[in-house]
Design a protein around this ligand. Structure first.
Ligand code: G16
Length: 555
């Protein structure tokens, strides 16, 4: 008997505006009747699903993932899709979804994740639509989805019972429009094969067998199974080189955000003095972020991008060079210096990986990165945590081949000696009342006309503006992407409200100064940026307006 399609009447919600990366809310908010269904139908209506199309679906395994996947399968069947490809157990990392969309040429994909935000019944959930190139839907689509979500009156759903998403294989059903198939694939294999095609696995294997020690922290999130397959099974690293590798619905009560604050277990291990491993890394809830550490040493994401660009030709996949690089505006200019030396273009985009998609599709850039612990290349259209870890291991393996040593800190010191150091830090103030955060931003903007020419110690303000981006490929323009105070000597302070939080507002302050003098390169960033930190407080009146003295997270 063929399954029935039903149209269900619904009431629109007015808060389904996607943020920096999809719609993120508390799980309990998503559990409201029809909340998820309305958003999914708004996406399907917006993208106009062609008959017979296929859809990739997967998530980071957080609470509500499995339930949401069943809803999406039933709605996909009712909206003209003929096939849904799901990762086994409903699990797929974000870069793996991007790869699967591209490899299986599906029409699009749904990613169920709130990324680095905490999970569990009281935590966060999220949903994001990716287009045919494997990348997040661009703003013109997310805006149209939002508009649709405000006027939606019904959604379509098929009367399918729960579909088995745990057994690899296919389940087929009959609909009035023909067959509908749910294909469950191994969540790890395709992605691990892709990584093996990009990097020099034999060289990394040799490094890992040479006494070089590493520690990878999956933070109880999605990359656990990927890390075990890649590092332990394929590269022969000992089992104790990976930690927290069983995905948990609430990330074992943790905050799966790979930074110095939330990845504290790994940070303790990596800063344990001489006994610390040679290399450490962590990734986030959905596997698209990465943090890189050396023995007692932290690599800022901005520096990491610059090092990857400078060393790209050491990697098999990029041996012929890279076409160009791109970074988000708040990311430091370290990679710009590398691009200049390599004589390749460097693009500056707003925060949000979706802004890199057009540049990659047009072949303008090969590597992209963001200060928010995201780096990747055109092998997918998402940022890719494990890819960045393997890139670093491959660089270290080549150093080991040529010099017999492999040290992260040494690579950085040499890099800074060649290009100078863009000293960088980000201060996050999380959970500020929205009104207070808006007041801070307004207060800064109100000084735009009076600031240029003003001196703060040695720092003289050159200009200030609200960053706007003009996409040279599709002509779109994005305004209000961060408030910049630019100083005469090239230093800068950027203020920006996060687009990924779910509680109050998160105010981010990005601080950057250039240091060419090698005798100063050992300095701690907070020390080197002390004056700029003071100026940021003075210009924003942050403490006066929010009651906050210290940042929640310092990167
Ligand atoms: C998302 C986006 C990134 C962005 C980051 C931080 O990452 O994909 O492009 O840089 O949020 O955004 P915001 O500063 O607005 O919080 P993820 O890992 O959360 O998907």
């Amino acid at each position: 008997m063929s399954m029935q399609i039903h149209s269900i009447f619904t009431q629109a919600f007015n808060d389904q505006k996607p943020g920096t990366s999809g719609l993120r809310k508390k799980v309990k908010w998503f559990q409201q009747p029809n909340y998820l269904e309305n958003f999914v139908q708004s996406i399907f209506d917006t993208v106009a699903v062609p008959a017979g199309a296929s859809l990739t679906v997967g998530g980071d395994g957080r609470y509500y993932n499995r339930h949401a996947i069943q809803i999406i399968i039933r709605m996909a069947a009712a909206n003209g899709f003929s096939r849904v490809i799901v990762g086994q157990g409903g699990i797929l990392s974000t870069p793996a979804v991007s790869h699967i969309i591209r490899q299986y040429k599906t029409f699009g994909g749904m990613i169920l994740s709130a990324s680095h935000n905490p999970g569990g019944i009281d935590g966060d959930f999220g949903i994001k639509y990716n287009i045919q190139n494997g990348g997040s839907a661009p703003e013109k689509i997310t805006e149209a989805v939002y508009a649709k979500s405000k006027t939606i009156t019904q959604y379509r759903v098929a009367d399918l019972t729960e579909v088995d998403i745990d057994t690899i294989g296919e389940s087929s059903f009959e609909t009035a429009n023909g067959a509908f198939t749910v294909q469950v694939i191994d969540a790890v294999e395709d992605y691990a094969n892709l990584m093996e095609s990009l990097f020099d696995f034999p060289a990394i294997k040799t490094l890992l067998n040479s006494g070089f020690s590493m520690k990878f922290d999956a933070m109880h999130a999605v990359t656990g199974p990927y890390a075990r397959e890649i590092f332990v099974n394929r590269l022969g690293a000992p089992e104790n080189s990976i930690m927290n590798c069983v995905p948990s619905e609430d990330f074992a009560g943790g905050h799966p955000d790979p930074n110095l604050t939330y990845a504290e277990d790994l940070v303790k291990i990596m800063f344990a003095g001489e006994s610390a491993p040679d290399f450490g890394a962590a990734s986030d809830g959905d596997g698209d972020r990465n943090m890189i550490l050396g023995k007692n040493f932290f690599v800022t994401p901005s520096d990491s991008l610059a090092v990857l660009a400078a060393n790209a030709t050491l990697i098999p996949a990029y041996a012929n060079g890279i076409a160009g690089v791109a970074r988000s505006m708040p990311t430091s200019g370290a990679v710009d210096r590398v691009a200049q030396q390599l004589n390749i273009p460097c693009y500056e985009t707003p925060t949000g990986w979706k802004f890199f998609g057009n540049l990659m599709d047009a072949g303008k850039v090969t590597l992209c990165g963001e200060e928010s612990f995201g780096t990747s290349s055109n092998h997918v259209r998402e940022k890719d945590g494990l890819w960045a870890v393997l890139f670093w291991l491959n660089i270290l393996a080549r150093h080991y081949q040529s010099s017999g040593t492999a040290s992260v800190q040494e690579i950085l010191m040499k890099h800074w000696a060649t290009y100078g150091r863009n000293v960088y830090s980000r201060h996050d103030f999380e959970g500020i009342p929205i009104e207070a955060a808006n007041n801070v931003m307004q207060h800064i903007k109100a000084q735009f006309s009076s600031l240029p020419g003003q001196s703060f110690g040695d720092y003289v303000v050159k200009t200030c503006d609200d960053f706007s981006y003009h996409d040279s490929i599709d002509g779109s323009v994005s305004h209000n992407q961060g408030t910049r105070i630019l100083f005469e000597d090239g230093s800068r302070i950027v203020f920006r409200l996060s687009g990924t939080g779910t509680e109050g507002a998160t105010l981010r302050i990005y601080l950057e100064a250039f240091e060419p003098d090698t005798t100063q390169h050992h300095l701690d960033a907070q020390e080197a940026l002390a004056k700029l930190i003071e100026i940021a407080g003075q210009l924003s009146l942050l403490t006066e307006k929010t009651g906050r003295f210290t940042p929640t997270v310092i990167t």
